[in-house]
Ligand binder design. Structure first.
Ligand SMILES: Cc1ncc(C[n+]2csc(CCOP(=O)(O)OP(=O)(O)O)c2C)c(N)n1
Length: 360
């Protein structure tokens, strides 16, 4: 695959078109029909959860959330390739991958409700916490990769970052040293065209991100990030390549953030309806659904039946969290320092005064 699709010829790797038609039979993945249906269901579940979480935020029941919609094929494909022993070093916009790793939806809710236990990831092995300081996670990914290589382990690290994150120094440090040390790290850049309101064309003068792999002396490939099959095949091939001691791979997954950056952002301020519409045809769920329907693996009716079932389950879990979650005043000051510094003590005292006045 890397002979045909690589950073030098800058040819985007694709397997299905916008209508779900297979246009690249040579690389069609070896997945059973059941596995493909399951992949679609997982992506649909992630999207349904996303939409529900945004609505909880609008109801004032959750603080903030970075919607994933439009990007589900990347996390879905990664979730399928990744095994328990592989490491997931996430950013914050890959819900399907956390769920595949064993993170519970309840933990995700708690995280965005500002609760400590939201980062416990109790049943997930080999995962770091979500990383909001953009790209800082990638140096950890390279470090973990070093350990895997040192101990001759047969597993890999998946380090996730956005297009905006590639402009950070940490991206350079992480990818550069991964190349020098030839460690088994797959860097997946979710190029969703925006870093908040900054469009990709002013993020970098480079012709894409995959091409940057060349300068680091590593393998790079640009993939249609809205094509589940292409993402699956690219990630799987990259994993085999890295496990066989060939070093890291940089995957640029070209996609579109259909929603807002977070629930406190309004994308109508910086992008046009026409632009949004043009990406609508490339929607990853639509494309995979078209494939399934064409191949008689699934029907529109079945999809319509699934969504309310998923919603019900998601609401049930959210209501459980609302009942279980228990904040105590002072928690916010408690967990960062052994001895609370003077400025935080002052803030704590001020807040206590505020609450006592509010009580009167
Ligand atoms: C080091 C750092 N600088 C700035 C920010 C503020 N910030 C939060 S998200 C974001 C944009 C990230 O864009 P991108 O990496 O493309 O990821 P996306 O949000 O599109 O998934 C910025 C600048 C931050 N969290 N961390």
């Amino acid at each position: 695959m890397f002979t045909k699709y690589n950073a030098i010829n800058n040819k985007q790797f694709q397997i299905i078109d916008n209508e779900g038609e297979v246009i690249n039979k040579e690389f069609f993945p070896k997945l059973s029909d059941e596995e493909i249906v399951k992949a679609y269901k997982d992506m649909l579940f992630a999207r349904t959860a996303d939409i529900q979480i945004v609505s909880y935020q609008r109801q004032g029941r959750i603080y903030t959330y970075p919607p994933n919609y439009g990007q589900e094929a990347i996390a879905g494909a990664l979730g399928k390739v990744m095994i328990d022993d592989d490491w997931l070093v996430p950013a914050f916009r890959e819900l399907g991958a956390y769920l595949a790793k064993g993170v519970s939806l309840k933990e995700i809710f708690m995280y965005f409700m500002g609760h400590e236990n939201g980062s416990l990831f109790k049943n997930a092995k080999n995962i770091l916490p979500m990383s909001v300081p953009i790209a800082s996670q990638l140096t950890h990914a390279t470090g973990i990769g070093y350990e895997l290589k040192y101990h001759k382990k047969k597993n890999v690290v998946f380090g996730i970052v956005g297009d905006g994150g590639t402009s950070e120094g940490d991206f350079h440090e992480a990818v550069n040293f991964a190349g020098v040390w030839k460690v088994p790290v797959i860097f997946i850049v979710q190029n969703n065209q925006y870093g908040i309101s900054t469009p990709f064309k002013i993020q970098t003068a480079s012709n894409g991100i995959a091409i940057k792999a060349l300068a680091y002396g590593i393998q790079g490939i640009q993939v249609d990030g809205n094509d589940y099959f292409a993402m699956y095949e690219a990630i799987k091939t990259a994993k085999e390549y890295a496990i066989n001691g060939n070093g890291p791979v940089l995957i640029e997954a070209v996609t579109y953030r259909k929603g807002a950056h977070t629930t406190s952002d309004d994308p109508t301020k910086y992008r046009s309806k026409e632009e949004e519409q043009s990406w609508e045809n490339k929607d990853p769920l639509k494309r995979l659904k078209s494939y399934l329907i064409k191949n008689k693996l699934f029907t529109e009716k079945e999809v319509e039946k699934l969504i309310p079932e998923y919603k019900k389950e998601i609401d049930r879990l959210f209501e459980e969290v609302e009942k279980e979650i228990n904040y105590e005043f002072g928690d916010i000051f408690k967990f960062m320092y052994d001895v609370i510094p003077a400025d935080l003590q002052q803030q704590k005292a001020e807040h206590e005064r505020f609450l006592s006045r509010k009580a009167v």
